[in-house]
Design a protein around this ligand. Structure first.
Ligand code: PLP
Length: 375
């Protein structure tokens, strides 16, 4: 059935497994983060890798974001083709093919930006931009001890000077994303570590200024450190992503308001799954397995029915198992359960669209148009 036919229907009647977005919660989450950033004089440059949906990116821009981050060239293409400006690719772009594609996006959006962490790569970007008579905006990517991408802090200014001397590149500042601290459960420990890394990045930003290098942008931060990194005066904008939809991994970290929960952003995204077999007293089998719910991150939690002790576990590609607390009420074949997903980004990437709801009724279908854009 065409998903549009479900508009006006209760979410409990949807064809499962499927993803449902509660628009009231999503709007609130976007407003909460925007207001938080503004209260610290920061801008948002939210990451679209979480939702992979240009409709949600548009809501973020309308709420006041200065631009949108993506991880991949192919994600950027979707946004640029839909008219987005100020797109930043937060990972280095390394091959000639991808660099050529990046230049296509730059030719449409002169504010298009990418990070670099390697001198040869910067030269390749410069040569490609020069050939197309374009100028590419660049941030130096700083590695906060995570070892994923970025130059170490000591090499930051040298990389900045190198970029500055390449005429078809336009240096704009630095990026530092401390992904390895985002999910530390203790808010105090996360604060201590994030401050430690981000202060070092801020020092590089100040060195840029002293050296006369352009230092307009210092971008970083995730949902786990949104309350922490905003205290760094040099930080100009926040690349938060997961706060929009949320997942079990993030809900179960401490925040300034609660030692074991990130209470400021309730889950806007849930997954519906149906009981397809109920022949045991201790558990039932549901229709969401590895292909419907990505196996990484936190433990998915059952929101509805709200029975303490219900536990989801993966049972292969197509199936999941809900273990029942004893004594529990009996579950019937055909009954639908609602869960918070374990890790939002890779789960969203498994679906073509979100069912958008208000008060439990489907109001719209939004394509996950960056789904599968992993190149
Ligand atoms: C470079 C970068 N920036 C921002 C984000 C968004 O972070 P979060 O989902 O923790 O809010 C990510 C997520 O992995 C990222 O890799």
């Amino acid at each position: 059935m065409d998903p549009q036919n479900f508009v006006g229907v209760s979410k409990w009647k949807l064809d499962t497994p499927c993803l449902v977005v509660d628009l009231d919660i999503l709007e609130k989450n976007i407003q909460t983060m925007e207001a938080h950033a503004a209260s610290f004089g920061k801008k948002l440059r939210p990451h679209a890798k979480t939702h992979k949906c240009s409709r949600i990116a548009k809501m973020q821009m309308e709420a006041g974001a200065v631009g949108i981050c993506v991880a991949k060239v192919s994600e950027a293409e979707v946004l640029v083709k839909s008219g987005f400006k100020n797109v930043l690719i937060t990972s280095p772009v390394a091959t000639d093919y991808k660099i050529a594609k990046l230049m296509d996006s730059l030719s449409v959006d002169p504010n298009f930006m990418v990070v670099v962490d390697n001198a040869t790569n910067a030269r390749h970007l410069n040569d490609a931009a020069r050939k197309r008579n374009l100028r590419l905006n660049v941030l130096v990517d700083l590695d906060p001890g995570m070892g994923r991408t970025g130059v170490n802090f000591q090499a930051g200014v040298t990389m900045g000077q190198w970029v500055q001397n390449l005429p078809a590149l336009r240096l704009r500042g630095v990026q530092c994303y401390a992904g390895h601290v985002q999910h530390i459960v203790s808010f105090l420990e996360r604060s201590r570590l994030s401050q430690e890394w981000m202060k070092k990045a801020a020092e590089v930003f100040r060195q840029f200024q002293k050296a006369g290098l352009p230092a307009e942008i210092f971008t970083g931060t995730g949902t786990g450190t949104f309350e922490i990194d905003c205290l760094i005066p040099e930080l100009t904008d926040m690349q938060v992503g997961s706060y929009t939809l949320m997942d079990a991994e993030y809900i179960n970290i401490g925040s300034s308001r609660n030692p074991s929960r990130l209470v400021q952003f309730p889950p806007a995204l849930t997954l519906l799954t149906t009981v397809i077999s109920a022949n045991h007293t201790q558990f039932v089998t549901v229709d969401a397995g590895l292909k419907a719910l990505y196996h990484h991150g936190g433990t998915p939690s059952v929101l509805n029915p709200s029975i303490p002790g219900l536990q989801y576990e993966w049972r292969g590609d197509e199936h999941g198992q809900i273990t029942l607390p004893s004594p529990s009420r009996k579950f019937e074949v055909g009954e639908v359960l609602e869960m918070v997903v374990s890790h939002v980004d890779p789960t969203v990437n498994l679906y073509d669209f979100f069912y958008c709801t208000r008060k439990g009724v489907v109001t719209d279908i939004w394509p996950i148009d960056m789904r599968g854009k992993s190149q």
